[in-house]
Write a protein that binds this ligand. Structure first.
Ligand SMILES: [Mg+2]
Length: 442
């Protein structure tokens, strides 16, 4: 079993190409490795899973349809004959299972397949690892449960900002940016952050902070006037996509140029501002629109360019989420706990199949984590999201599948071929791509 120490040792000798990423590459904001102490400790994963399960139970009780029946129906399934103990699955969500708020057509069948409705009668343990966020993990699970007609537990779910909960003890007062209304303040407070400020608080306190933006009536009511001459904002967290790039960037820039996060000050050296954390670095993402839309990684690139233009200095920011290896370490612990608690399997899987649609996050992270993990992390790229057929992904997967149903069928078939005939399995990359360096990506 991999330990933190062995991971740390291995990391110190592996090729950290991510740390040398070129800024010219929009995706290549420094792929900073977050120290393990900032991520969920293995001993806490179980507690958090239980907390989430309890919170979900609450939400389940509170949220019901008009006739009083539970909103999430438990599907009737054939009892599985066996549970796969040697392999597991991990899914990205947007572009794999959901697109534009609607399930991808094959998603529900894919979920049924891995829940036992397959020729082998095998049930395969799985988790979800999304860079998305802006809601509590419990809310996201309920959304996903409803969309897939399947019960999803918070104990099998990680979103982009989940690891940020480990930062709550480190900082007293923080600025939280992004998302709808007060959602991200609520998420941050739920993580244990003690004093959470939003851009709305700053605009309400001083309306000329953002000359072209006024708060809506609801925003004004929810925002809190503070005496910022006495408050040091110690860190900035972008939890979800900004709904107002200009206003949010103005406020972040003010803080970055301040002395120790005091809004009414200006540093002469521009190196006294608070750190900035993003919950992920995806420049684009897949929605109902036929072309990908810009996301949080684009804001990050924009902010860094803006900082350079205004101060002449480089800005170094930190991103969580995929492809950060810490996210995969977190996923490993979650999967271990989920397999133990739900399936009674108390050992790591030999193989984890990761199904994603974005080469720069899903595939890159899976491939790089595979280099340091004791388990085999096998990347599968689907064509239902960011990746478009006909382009060459910058980070080639081990397998390309049409959609998530094809992906899970491939994984299960591969495992049964492996167990039936070891020689039938090849570790060769089977993606059909011949070059990693073609420089074409989408
Ligand atoms: Mg995706």
């Amino acid at each position: 079993m991999t330990t933190a120490d062995s991971l740390g040792t291995r990391r110190s000798v592996r090729r950290l190409s991510s740390l040398e990423a070129c800024r010219a590459d929009l995706y290549g904001g420094p792929n900073v490795l977050v120290p393990p102490r900032h991520l969920m400790a293995s001993s806490e994963a179980h507690d958090i899973a239980i907390e989430m399960a309890m919170a979900k139970q609450h939400l389940d009780e509170e949220i019901s349809s008009e006739d009083g029946s539970p909103r999430v129906a438990t599907p009737i399934e054939r009892p599985p004959q066996t549970t796969a103990d040697d392999f597991a699955l991990a899914f990205d969500i947007d572009g794999v299972l959901i697109r534009g708020g609607e399930p991808i057509p094959e998603a529900a069948e894919a979920m049924r397949y891995i829940n036992g409705e397959n020729p082998y009668g095998v049930k395969v343990p799985y988790i979800f690892v999304t860079n998305g966020g802006g809601k509590t993990e419990e809310e996201r699970c309920l959304d996903l449960s409803s969309q897939l007609a399947l019960e999803v537990s918070p104990g099998q779910f990680i979103c982009g900002h989940t690891p940020m909960r480990e930062m709550a003890e480190k900082f007293d007062t923080v600025l939280v940016v992004g998302g709808v209304g007060e959602k991200c303040r609520i998420v941050a407070e739920g993580y244990g952050f003690k004093d959470v400020i939003t851009p709305g608080d700053i605009i309400k306190t001083r309306h000329d902070t953002t000359p072209f933006r006024s708060l809506t009536k609801e925003e004004y009511q929810n925002s809190r006037v503070r005496d910022f001459s006495k408050i040091n904002i110690e860190a900035i967290f972008v939890f979800a996509d900004s709904r107002d790039w200009a206003g949010d960037q103005q406020i972040i820039l003010d803080l970055l140029m301040s002395k120790n996060g005091r809004l009414d000050t200006r540093s002469e050296t521009f190196d006294e501002g608070p750190p900035v954390f993003f919950s992920h670095n995806d420049v684009v993402w897949s929605t109902s629109h036929e072309h990908v839309r810009i996301g949080m990684g684009a804001l990050r690139a924009s902010l860094e360019a803006l900082y350079k233009a205004v101060t002449g200095k480089d800005l170094s920011t930190i991103a969580f989420g995929k492809p950060q290896l810490g996210t995969y370490q977190f996923a490993t612990r979650l999967l271990r706990q989920w397999r133990k608690d739900t399936h009674g399997i108390n050992r790591p899987p030999s193989t984890v199949y990761f199904v994603g649609d974005t080469p720069e996050s899903d595939i890159r992270g899976t491939n790089e984590f595979n280099d340091i993990s004791d388990s085999d992390w096998y990347s599968i790229l689907v064509k239902t999201g960011v990746y478009q057929e006909g382009t060459i992904p910058r980070y080639p997967p081990k397998k390309v599948c049409q959609n998530v149903l094809d992906a899970v069928q491939f994984a299960v078939e591969r495992e049964f071929a492996k167990s039936g005939n070891e020689s039938a399995i090849s570790d060769d990359i089977d993606s059909g791509f011949v070059s990693e360096s073609a420089g074409v990506y989408n």
